[in-house]
Design a protein around this ligand. Structure first.
Ligand code: SF4
Length: 490
């Protein structure tokens, strides 16, 4: 039986550095050369399309195994305009296409509503993500929200989030959302600086944006969540500090701070390479921006819920994101939505045509289904812990004593300044910035230790090479896809 430490002796220096990082005087900026993945996770075993439908019906005919908190993700694949940094844009807004899409989405919810797996348990959090869900016409938003209440067994204290853009925060739309039970709106602000926002394809200037956020906050039932991105072109440390100041002075209940990814072949990369736009911040500059931001917001009374999410008060729960990270049951609906039910990860068709025709035929519109790894529950527990900034190795060893081998890995990272042992391994600020790399390596090592499939582990490691900016094989937790969520669903 090969030990984890011995496995690493067989790897090339390059592969070892990818997995373990480097010993550097400043781990914040130098512990790894780059982020390996956008979301840490693991591959399962692919299920054939025919088998997927059979398995789906079997899973959905079962009554829920446990009375745990569950979630639903609903995807709206339309955007008014394409943001420069986005590699996940699906469709431009088009009223006729939107009307028919909502017909199909309603049908999909109705198709699943009577299955025991769905109706005999509660749904505690619903996230309507995209795309730009706030772009829906008031009529379509109303009929979708009414269907959600009719078809999903919502818990009494459910969280219902709508994701979108500030330019949609108009009374005609917001009235419909609030009358139909939305209690959390997440706005992709990205930067408060008018020039920086507009170069990305965002519409509102700073003054309009702040007025619109205040208008949303006036609906007292609603938590206001704002996303900012750090490392944007023309966003130096001074501009970032101003963004944080405006954010903490504003009405927000919670915030996500995401690192910019310049995706290969994206419009942003093309413009930077053509010299039409200033370069984005380097990874080490982004690391400094992250470290600065967390100190800034925590000094102003915000408390952290996950690696990149903070809240002003306990009005903000971020329940959907917590459940997604925990690997809780996730029912998914809509073109391109990712889910997780009964030990299977699922991804629905990203193209409108196959999605719509399958729904109208009465079958679940899978693009892919994966049977999750036999060690998924341990991996979920590890990912959840690391998302909260620690790893409790003793708890893992109680679940399976072979996981004691992880001590070697975490002691190495402690020497390198990424974790600090105080009964549990807590991530340092540097470890928090590099959390996704720590999590991905940990997941791959756990699969090696527990499954004892040396080749799979080695292939798994090799397979990650060259895919540094791609999702780690896990069905994408829904949320804003273009940026490191460490929460999304996007
Ligand atoms: S970043 Fe979001 S809002 Fe912008 S184009 Fe992409 S999916 Fe649409």
């Amino acid at each position: 039986m090969m030990k984890l430490q011995d496995l690493f002796q067989t790897l090339s220096a390059e592969d070892k550095a990818l997995q373990l990082g480097f010993e550097k005087a400043d781990p914040l900026t130098g512990a790894f050369s780059q982020k390996r993945v956008v979301h840490a996770g693991t591959q399962g075993r692919p299920v054939s399309p025919g088998q997927a439908q059979v398995l789906w019906c079997q899973v959905m005919e079962q009554t829920p195994a446990e009375k745990t908190e569950r979630a639903a993700y609903i995807h709206i694949p339309f955007c008014q305009t394409k943001c420069l940094y986005c590699n996940f844009f699906q469709n431009a807004v088009n009223q006729t296409a939107e009307d028919y899409y909502i017909d199909c989405l309603i049908r999909e919810l109705e198709n699943d509503a009577d299955f025991p797996q769905l109706k005999d348990g509660l749904i505690h959090a619903v996230f309507i993500g995209g795309g730009t869900p706030t772009s829906l016409s008031p009529h379509n938003a109303r009929r979708l929200l009414k269907t959600i209440h009719r078809c999903l067994p919502l818990a009494g204290d459910y969280e219902l989030t709508l994701e979108g853009r500030s330019s949609d925060l108009i009374p005609e739309k917001m009235d419909v959302w609030m009358e139909n039970g939305v209690n959390r709106v997440s706005i992709g602000v990205q930067s408060f600086h008018t020039k920086i926002r507009r170069q990305l394809g965002r519409v509102d200037d700073q003054e309009t944006l702040l007025k619109r956020l205040a208008g949303l906050k006036a609906y007292h039932q609603c938590s206001v969540i704002v996303d900012l991105i750090y490392g944007l072109p023309n966003q130096d440390m001074k501009a970032w500090e101003e963004d944080l100041q405006i954010l903490t002075d504003s009405v927000v209940d919670g915030m996500d701070l995401y690192q910019l990814n310049v995706f290969y072949d994206s419009e942003l990369e093309k413009q930077i390479l053509a010299g039409k736009m200033s370069p984005a911040a380097s990874t080490s500059q982004q690391a400094q921006m992250y470290a600065y931001a967390q100190e800034f917001v925590e000094k102003r009374g915000f408390s952290r819920l996950s690696i990149c999410h903070w809240r002003r008060s306990n009005r903000e729960r971020s329940l959907y994101n917590t459940l997604a990270k925990r690997g809780s049951t996730m029912f998914s609906f809509g073109c391109g939505a990712g889910g997780n039910v009964g030990g299977y990860s699922t991804m629905l068709h990203r193209s409108l045509k196959p999605y719509q025709s399958m729904v109208m035929e009465g079958i679940k519109p899978f693009m892919a289904m994966m049977e999750q790894t036999p060690v998924q529950s341990i991996i979920n527990s590890i990912l959840e812990q690391l998302e909260r900034g620690f790893l409790d190795l003793q708890r893992l060893i109680k679940a399976n004593d072979r996981l004691a081998e992880l001590k070697w890995l975490y002691d190495l990272w402690e020497q390198r300044g990424l974790v600090h042992y105080d009964g549990v391994y807590s991530l340092t600020v540097a470890g928090q910035f590099w959390q996704v790399n720590i999590a991905q390596t940990t997941v791959e090592c756990v699969e090696f230790i527990l499954l004892q499939t040396h080749n799979i582990a080695v292939q798994g490691i090799a397979a990650q090479n060259g895919k540094a900016q791609l999702p780690g094989g896990k069905v994408m937790p829904p949320g804003h896809p273009a940026i490191s969520l460490s929460d999304r669903g996007k």
